[in-house]
Design a protein around this ligand. Structure first.
Ligand SMILES: [Zn+2]
Length: 318
């Protein structure tokens, strides 16, 4: 019996040869009727259980510590967030209703990306079923993003000497404003963003490399750019860690965008980014950001496809 169980564990371990980071608290956040689909986190988790993932595949995050947050965010902003004293204007650009629950959610999401990055460095690859809040700046939040999990996690591992150079590959529909601003001028962090130009945010701080596409651009234009750039950037910059924001919102059925990527096209995008890093032995943490499809099942399907690509890549290049 024990042997049979061990064998089963071994087989399931092969099916999911990496760890997920996930908290059941992610989807408990109450933001009322909102385009941001908090439910997707739980739906992805449940689908993974159906696909054979077990409890031991999921690592629960802890809320990020004040010290870690201070690597990126100002004490003044953190204080306002904790006390719930954001101004009307600050709440307007955040586009989320404030609550103590939102504060908790944001801290936990940052903790999740930190844990995903640490796990990737230890094991080669990890997937955070959350994260990707790339519009948050040191002094304020924007566009559904309270705290910049990507920036905090990267600053932390650089400070701790766990990597010398890190690269953020931002394939969300929207330009990675906060992350680009935070790391502007840095030699140890390369920010790459491929996004739709003619939508939010109007002002786009420069990333190290920006690729702007336009409404109507689809798989061909998008993948041509990625194929031409990502492998070259990996080779030239030689990062010790890649954090990949696999946004689901470049999908053709998304309510917030006009890019026309198909599910197959998005999966090919994932392959270029994930396999490219793993073939070179670069540790990679995936975060599942944006995704506002009219049918939430589409958003979940795009994220699950990213996970399938990660499974394959980790089997090929453990
Ligand atoms: Zn987005």
């Amino acid at each position: 019996m024990t042997q049979a169980l061990d064998l089963l564990r071994l087989l399931l371990g092969k099916r999911f040869p990496f760890k997920f980071v996930y908290s059941n608290d992610y989807w408990m956040l109450d933001i009322g009727k909102h385009v941001f689909p908090v439910r997707k986190y739980r739906m992805i988790y449940e689908k993974l259980l159906l696909l054979g993932a077990r409890k031991e595949h999921f690592l629960p995050p802890r809320p990020a510590s004040e010290n870690d947050l201070l690597l990126v965010h100002s004490p003044k902003y953190l204080k306002k967030l904790a006390a719930g004293t954001l101004s009307k204007d600050e709440l307007a650009i955040l586009e989320l209703p404030y609550s103590a629950g939102l504060h908790k959610f944001a801290l936990l999401q940052v903790g999740g990306t930190i844990l995903a990055v640490e796990t990737a460095l230890a094991t080669g690859l990890s997937v955070h079923i959350g994260g990707g809040f790339h519009h948050a700046f040191p002094e304020h939040g924007e566009g559904f993003c309270v705290l910049n999990d990507l920036a905090v996690a990267v600053e932390k591992i650089l400070k701790e000497g766990k990597a010398v150079r890190a690269m953020i590959v931002d394939c969300d529909l929207h330009q990675g404003t906060g992350t680009a601003g935070i790391f502007a001028g840095r030699k140890d962090v390369l920010t790459f963003s491929i996004h739709q130009m003619d939508i939010y945010p109007a002002e786009k701080p420069e990333s190290t490399v920006d690729v702007g596409l336009w409404a109507g651009d689809g798989d061909e234009a998008y993948l041509r750019e990625l194929r031409a750039r990502i492998p070259k950037l990996y080779d030239e910059f030689s990062p010790g860690l890649v954090v990949y924001l696999a946004g689901a919102d470049p999908y053709e059925g998304d309510q917030l965008g006009g890019l026309k990527l198909t599910k197959d096209g998005l999966q090919e995008r994932d392959r270029i980014v994930i396999e490219g890093a793993r073939e070179r032995g670069i540790p990679l943490a995936v975060v599942l950001g944006g995704g506002y499809a009219s049918d939430i099942e589409d958003t979940v399907a795009v994220h699950l496809n990213t996970i399938r690509v990660a499974q394959r890549a980790q089997r090929m290049c453990p």
